[in-house]
Design a protein around this ligand. Structure first.
Ligand code: VGL
Ligand code: ZN
Length: 210
């Protein structure tokens, strides 16, 4: 059992947006199933924050911006290799909103990421150039957060990059597997391997007490 510490634990809900759910532009199979799990967790945490993938329509991670290239191929951008995605989470579209059934009023902070045209941002902490900070570390450290429980979408990408960066920044990190879904089983498995190597604990919401 993991006992929730009311003052220093935070629930971080990553990219719980319709575009990452069945029927959306870049779906994680079963992605909508994280909504009730996160809604049940939210009243148990005094501290909660969410992220929103929030791209301009001409974002460099969109295959549509690279003539002759298809989604899921990779290209080299100025910071290195980048997977090309279908257009998704375009600013101010319904697919980019927080899922309407998510109890978003419980989040003290909603942080948008991926809004710079030329840089993708999987992690809630650092953009894909691995240097541009999102500001989340400043916010959480100033609020005295020491442990982060990660939930949301999608395994292998945004949940896992966020968890890894949080661990590198010195937070204790617990990824709640039943509160997450992946785009592919392969990406999820590769992410689990990386996370264990960084000291991230993989647990389930049923392991939480308090
Ligand atoms: C994500 C790919 C592109 C995610 C966001 O939320 O995992 N994946 N943009
Ligand atoms: Zn994205």
């Amino acid at each position: 059992m993991i006992r929730i510490a009311p003052d220093t634990d935070l629930l971080l809900a990553i990219d719980v947006q319709p575009d990452f759910m069945p029927g959306g532009a870049l779906p994680a199979p079963g992605g909508d199933a994280v909504v009730p799990v996160i809604n049940r967790l939210l009243p148990r945490f005094n501290q909660a924050a969410a992220t929103q993938d929030w791209h301009p329509a001409d974002h460099a991670s969109f295959a549509s911006q690279h003539p002759g290239r298809a989604p899921f191929e990779t290209v080299r951008l100025f910071y290195g290799e980048q997977v090309l995605w279908p257009d998704h989470c375009v600013q101010n579209t319904p697919g980019a909103a927080l899922h309407p059934a998510l109890e978003a009023g419980r989040f003290q902070l909603v942080l948008r990421k991926g809004f710079r045209r030329g840089i993708d941002s999987y992690s809630a902490f650092r953009e894909n150039d691995r240097t541009t900070p999102t500001g989340l570390h400043g916010y959480l450290s100033e609020r005295g957060i020491r442990r982060i429980f990660v939930a949301g979408l999608a395994r292998g990408y945004c949940t896992d990059f966020s968890a890894e960066d949080a661990a590198d920044l010195g937070y204790q990190v617990v990824l709640l597997e039943d509160a997450c879904r992946g785009i592919t089983p392969e990406a999820t498995d590769a992410g689990s391997h990386r996370l264990r190597g960084r000291g991230v604990l993989l647990a389930r919401s049923g392991d939480l007490a308090g």
